[in-house]
Design a protein around this ligand. Structure first.
Ligand SMILES: Cc1cc2nc3c(=O)[nH]c(=O)nc-3n(C[C@H](O)[C@H](O)[C@H](O)COP(=O)(O)O)c2cc1C
Length: 165
């Protein structure tokens, strides 16, 4: 069984965490794209409302086959204290029965805990076992610092012990 990193990222911060995990833990990655227009001030406001209400969105890929994977990392930016709609949409389409899951979120400064809590509730309801989680604050940080923070967390949480090869 292999390890997969599933993530959504609008401005590449969550992507830089996902890429670091993938490099350090030899995991596959699948990036979920949100096909709704999310850039600009008004779309950003709408995105926060979409996240808060857990509105579904159009995603690509529409579904992910998890059958080869024993351990799945799932990452999302925090939007309004919730997971981004692309990740909520994907979680509701996948079968997580018997899967170990590690959750992560990036955030400007606050709301990461409620994002993790909501993902945990939804994934446990779909059969996943949440084995760990982490939150990375990205406000005011360069991509290189975010990658460094990710490497520190991998060490601190000893994430290599969960590795599937
Ligand atoms: C629509 C929207 C809502 C956001 N809401 C929050 C929030 O509630 N709390 C927070 O700390 N940061 C918030 N942010 C900032 C992002 O969580 C943060 O910049 C994140 O690292 C972006 O990840 P990404 O580059 O992978 O998209 C929000 C950003 C956007 C675009």
């Amino acid at each position: 069984m292999k390890t997969l990193v599933l993530y959504y990222s609008q401005t590449r911060k969550t992507a830089s965490v996902a890429e670091t995990i993938s490099q350090e833990l030899s995991a596959d990655t699948v990036e979920i794209k949100d096909l709704k227009e999310r850039s600009g001030f008004f779309n950003s406001l709408k995105s926060t409302i979409d996240a808060f209400r857990e509105n579904k969105t159009k995603i690509n890929p529409e579904n992910v086959d998890l059958s080869d994977y024993g351990l799945i990392y799932i990452g999302t930016p925090t939007w309004g204290g919730k997971p981004a709609p692309a990740i909520i949409t994907l979680i509701d389409r996948c079968n997580f029965q018997g899967k170990d899951v590690i959750l992560f979120t990036t955030m400007g400064g606050k709301g990461g805990n409620t994002t993790i809590k909501r993902m945990k509730e939804k994934l446990e309801a779909r059969g996943a076992r949440i084995v760990n989680f982490f939150i990375i604050r990205t406000g005011g940080k360069e991509i290189i610092e975010i990658k460094e923070d990710t490497r520190k967390i991998i060490e601190e949480l000893d994430l290599k012990i969960y590795e599937y090869t």
